[in-house]
Design a protein around this ligand. Structure first.
Ligand code: BGC
Length: 735
């Protein structure tokens, strides 16, 4: 549905408008800026950002400082038609600026306001890595729909999401923002998010334009270090990193953001092959491409352009339509066009794409947001809070539950330890900027809301020392210990890669001491990435992966711990056993010497063969058995059926997963690839037959020149409860 935004009447209007535009006005449309910070606080802005990223000030404090900062909103430039888009989260100011654009600029073209609405706005939902553990397309769409509604009421027309970087390296901080390591799950997520954000038809004033980012391969930053170089075969790009973007484009995404990294030695920002040939020509993308923040300028440090002028030239030639914050287009495009280095048709194409989205969004007809609409979500509606709680509890992944310690009984007295249990502002995770901290429910508060008797002692911070006396005080009064351990928000997200992905600080020491008390210990993890926690897996009887679940985190964790909700989340990413295993992911290409006991196999001398927890893994309070896998084929489908029973005592939801392996192919193929999944709810003792279908057209792959190949031969079909534990059948296919 790439013609989602191609509305014939609008196209005509746009042509007329372009005819009237001066060169400066066209360049204005291609320019996105933030307000510039003039002052109002004692420190230089970069230092403030450093303090935030280093965790010396929290998000809340940063927000307060920014609210008081003195800003230049560039009114004169807007009036002169020199700005097409603004990065802003201030609805009243946005109306004021819009009024200048619409009423005082020569052609009255409205601004489009963009903002990072990544996993919610006022209602913050789980971080994407966590939400992806729900494996549910409708939920993915519903959270996006509510995010869009809240953002649009705040005069935000354009969300810089979904982030679709396939992320295989737990060291990379931005794995938190991604739907995880699997291209198929990420593709489902992509189309759902686009549908949720944009609605079924452009123009509805409670929807926003989506932005697929970061195009492309940013998740493959070498050694998981943010902004690092990327090196990959083209077939890997086409088969693994591109599919989520293809899916988002096919769903009608309005915009795409180029990535910071290079691809094949050319920064994505100036990569004509990626932007013009692949995205616009081959995929038929009809929207516009925006750079990532200052990434045109970054080309100078890449050593790919001598200066900002050359960077502007190469970006524009490559097909980058809008410059985010580099001031490259506004400074140099005029000269470059006038001296004939850039054909004016390229600018017309970029402007047409931008106006197409603005018009499609209805901004020409409804440029403002009423005061009444702005305050619509000052108090969060019940429906939003309920969805936040529902997605939060569904995102939780039960990693271990020895002796069925969980669920705990309401009458248990709980020693709650760990700093993270009592920090409401930490529940939201990275990239949450529209919420009120008063809406955030900490785990401590959630357990209290559930009516539990809770004795809380901080005992250990993420970065502050373990205090044995505090542990003793809490443990003495309780019969079970809940330890909330993990990472601070500042430890994941952008510019937050970690070379050591174990539990930070002395949190493991605290857990060891907690075990020594002899009371049952439940570890609740709060983190933005998979952690390497082999000691926990071996020693702590219960591990609940609770990520950063958004504003309803505390209530959701209480729901799961008390058994009001039977956990059903399945990992969207592999947990490595040690950081040295990174990047560790389930769908790696076959090697000539697969990992085994023998020395001359693909393995480490000093690490286990297996990861800690595989992709797709997640326990329930009940158990499921899988039997009788049958695989058949029709002319265009492979059909698998399997019998599944609930063999435990609780009703439970299971995500049934189907993987394929192309056993012989002209290019080395992955050991397993997810191709289908479905969710079922079974009562205790209930048995059902589940059928899953894979279109044969989806069983092929792209070669290095992006020709799609469907090669006859044998395939393994796996169906199971995670990527490791599956039943298996072999089938021969002639396409
Ligand atoms: C990030 C993007 C984000 C942009 C605008 C950049 O630093 O990489 O994901 O959308 O900033 O805030």
């Amino acid at each position: 549905m790439t013609n989602f935004w191609l509305i014939p009447d609008n196209e005509k209007r746009i042509d007329d408008l372009i005819d009237k535009m001066t060169l400066e006005e066209k360049i204005g449309q291609m320019t996105q800026l933030s307000p510039s910070i003039v002052g109002g606080f004692d420190l230089p802005f970069p230092e403030l950002i450093e303090m935030l990223t280093e965790g010396r000030i929290g998000q809340e404090e940063f927000k307060k400082i920014m609210q008081n900062a003195e800003m230049d909103y560039r009114e004169d430039q807007i009036r002169a038609g020199k700005i097409g888009s603004f990065l802003l989260n201030n609805p009243t100011k946005a109306n004021e600026l819009q009024r200048i654009a619409v009423e005082e600029s020569r052609l009255g073209i409205p601004l489009i306001f963009g903002f990072d609405v990544i996993h919610g706005f006022k209602t913050v939902f789980p971080i994407p890595l966590a939400e992806a553990c729900i494996w549910d397309e409708d939920i993915f769409a519903q959270t996006a729909r509510i995010s869009a509604r809240e953002a649009r009421s705040h005069n935000i027309h354009w969300a810089f999401s979904p982030m679709l970087d396939v992320s295989r390296d737990a060291r990379w901080g931005r794995i938190a923002e991604s739907p995880g390591e699997d291209p198929f799950l990420a593709s489902v997520y992509a189309r759902a998010k686009v549908r949720g954000l944009q609605g079924n038809a452009p123009g509805a004033d409670d929807h926003v334009a989506a932005c697929l980012k970061h195009y492309i391969a940013y998740g493959a930053a070498e050694s998981g270090q943010d902004y690092n170089t990327v090196s990959m075969a083209d077939s890997l790009l086409y088969n693994v990193y591109l599919p989520p973007f293809q899916s988002g484009v096919a769903a009608g995404a309005a915009t795409v953001m180029s990535a910071f990294n290079d691809y094949n030695g050319v920064p994505c920002t100036i990569n004509e092959f990626l932007l013009r040939d692949l995205l616009k020509e081959r995929l038929g993308f009809a929207g516009f491409v925006v750079s990532d923040a200052n990434s045109i300028d970054d080309c100078i440090r890449h050593g790919s352009t001598a200066d900002l002028e050359e960077a502007a030239l190469k970006s524009c030639l490559a097909g980058l339509d809008m410059d985010m914050n580099s001031h490259a287009y506004s400074t140099y495009l005029k000269k470059l066009v006038e001296q004939g280095d850039i054909p004016s048709e390229l600018l017309d194409d970029a402007v047409r794409r931008i106006l197409r989205i603005k018009m499609g969004l209805g901004l020409f007809d409804h440029p403002y947001v009423s005061q009444e609409k702005m305050s619509l979500y000052d108090v969060l509606p019940d429906e939003h809070i309920e969805l936040a709680r529902e997605t939060a509890r569904r995102s939780i992944v039960l990693l271990k539950n020895e002796d069925n310690i969980l669920p705990i009984d309401q009458s248990r007295r709980v020693a709650l330890i760990g700093e993270l249990a009592d920090l409401p502002e930490e529940v939201v995770g990275s990239w949450a900027m529209g919420f009120n901290v008063t809406d955030c429910v900490s785990i401590r508060q959630g357990l209290l809301n559930a009516g539990l008797e809770v004795f809380y002692e901080k005992t250990c911070g993420v970065a502050s020392p373990f205090d044995p006396d505090e542990l003793q005080r809490a443990a003495d009064r309780a019969d079970v210990i809940i330890a909330v351990v993990g990472e601070l928000i500042s430890m994941s997200g952008e510019a937050a890669s970690r070379a050591d992905i174990s539990l930070p600080g002395q949190q493991e020491t605290m857990l060891k001491a907690a075990l020594k008390t002899g009371k049952p210990v439940i570890a609740v993890l709060m983190n933005g990435r998979p952690l390497a926690i082999p000691w926990l897996k071996d020693h702590v009887p219960v591990i609940v992966e609770a990520w950063q679940l958004g504003i309803q985190m505390g209530n959701a964790v209480a729901d799961v711990l008390l058994g009001d909700y039977n956990p059903s989340g399945k990992l969207s990413c592999t947990f490595p056993a040690q950081v040295g295993q990174c990047p560790r992911y389930y769908n790696h290409p076959s090697t000539g010497r697969p990992g085994a006991k023998s020395k001359f196999s693909s393995r480490y001398l000093d690490a286990p063969l297996e990861p800690l927890f595989p992709f797709g893994f997640g326990l329930s309070y009940t158990t499921f058995s899988y039997d009788n896998l049958k695989v058949e084929q029709t002319a265009d489908q492979v059909l698998a059926s399997v019998e599944i029973s609930n063999t435990g005592k609780y009703a439970g939801e299971e995500t049934v997963q189907l993987y394929i392996q192309d056993i012989t192919a002209s290019l080395v193929r992955p050991v397993k690839e997810l191709k289908a999944f479905t969710k079922i709810l079974l009562q205790p003792g209930q048995r059902t037959t589940v059928s899953l279908a894979v279109p044969k057209a989806h069983m092929g792959f792209y070669n290095n020149t992006m020709d799609h190949r469907l090669e006859d031969g044998a395939f393994n079909i796996y169906v199971g409860t995670n990527s490791r534990d599956c039943l298996q059948e072999r089938i021969d296919i002639a396409f």
